[in-house]
Every structure is written in C-alpha cells, then in structure tokens.
Design a protein around this ligand. Structure first.
Ligand code: ZN
Length: 185
C-alpha cells in the first residue's frame, strides 16, 4: 500500500484529529492510568496474568534501538490491517508512520489526517525512539493509538464542532478500550 503523505502536521486538512496524553509525559508508567488499572484488574481476576505479554509478542531480548523501531513499524502496520478490517474501513486507503514527537503536537501520541473525497487517511504514531516504556507496554500503547485514530475515521462522517471535540475524544477512548479488551481476552 503506497500512499504519499504530503501533509505536514501543522497544515489544516479536513477534520484533523489528535490523540492526547491523559497524563504528563514523565509519568510513563502511569499512562492512561484508569485503563491500565482496569486491564490489570480484569487480567488478574480471571487468572490469565502471565498470558497476554508472553503470548502476543516474541521475547524482547536485547534489541537495539533500530531493531525496536523496526519491530514497532511492523507491528503498527500489522495492527492497522487487522483493525481496519475489523472496523470495516477497507474502502479507505490508510497508511501508518512512526514519527518523532517533534512532529506531533505537544502531549500527543499520534494523529490522523483524512480526506473523505479521496478516501485516503494517514496515521502518525509516536516513534519508539520517544517511548520510555518496555517493549510490550509500548506496543500496546501504539496499538491503542492506531485503533483510536481508526475509530475517529469511522466517526468522520458525523458533524463536528469545537464543542463536540472533547466529548468525541472521551467516547473514542472508551470505544477503543472496549475493542482492545475484547481482542485481548
Ligand atoms: Zn482523538
């Protein structure tokens, strides 16, 4: 899937959207604290504590920064395909790139730009170089970003205003987490 990303992050394209940090960047482990707690709780409550991290990803070993980035790149592409299909967004041509946080808005982890007339969309996800989380936690976070942005795309035909933005963010986060919880059971 080749798609030339010609938009710069500062450009105002139709209905741009950004996913926002829930907490400050220096509290890396506390990212999306409510969600993390919920997941941990449900996992331990049903006795699957050891299952998710081991089953989903190969052993992390001693990856170099470049290997970690390459693995993250493959991972987000794979997840994009998976979730695009699940969300029935296959009519769209969607690309995903890892980008340094200098090209993201402050305190955001990703964004999506789309053009409904051409049915093309481009997702940016924060690069592994700017993550301080362990590999699996980072990949889980990246998947959250991909799904979050795709849910926005699914809602892109709805009317949107400045006033509806934060309500949309909240709803998108809830839907994203519900989808991921179902997929990770
Ligand atoms: Zn968002």
């Amino acid at each position: 899937m080749v798609f030339l990303l010609t938009l710069s992050p500062s450009e105002t394209v139709p209905k741009p959207c950004t996913i926002e940090y829930m907490v400050f960047k220096n509290l890396t482990v506390g990212l999306r604290p409510g969600i993390a707690t919920l997941v941990l709780f449900s996992v331990s409550a049903f006795g699957f504590a050891a299952q998710p991290a081991v089953a989903r990803q190969p052993h992390t070993g001693m990856l170099t920064a470049e290997q970690r980035e390459a693995q993250a790149q493959n991972f987000v592409k794979e997840k994009l395909q998976f979730w695009q299909k699940r969300l029935n967004l296959e009519k769209w041509k969607v690309s995903v790139e890892l980008v340094r946080n200098t090209s993201l808005k402050p305190k955001t982890l990703g964004n999506i730009h789309w053009d409904a007339s051409t049915m093309q969309a481009a997702i940016d996800v924060q690069s592994s170089y700017d993550y301080k989380l362990p590999l699996q936690a980072m990949l889980d976070d990246m998947e959250f970003t991909v799904v979050h942005e795709l849910v926005h795309l699914q809602l892109s035909s709805l009317p949107r205003s400045e006033a509806s933005r934060s309500a949309e963010e909240h709803a998108v986060n809830e839907i994203t987490q519900a989808l991921l919880n179902l997929a990770r059971r």
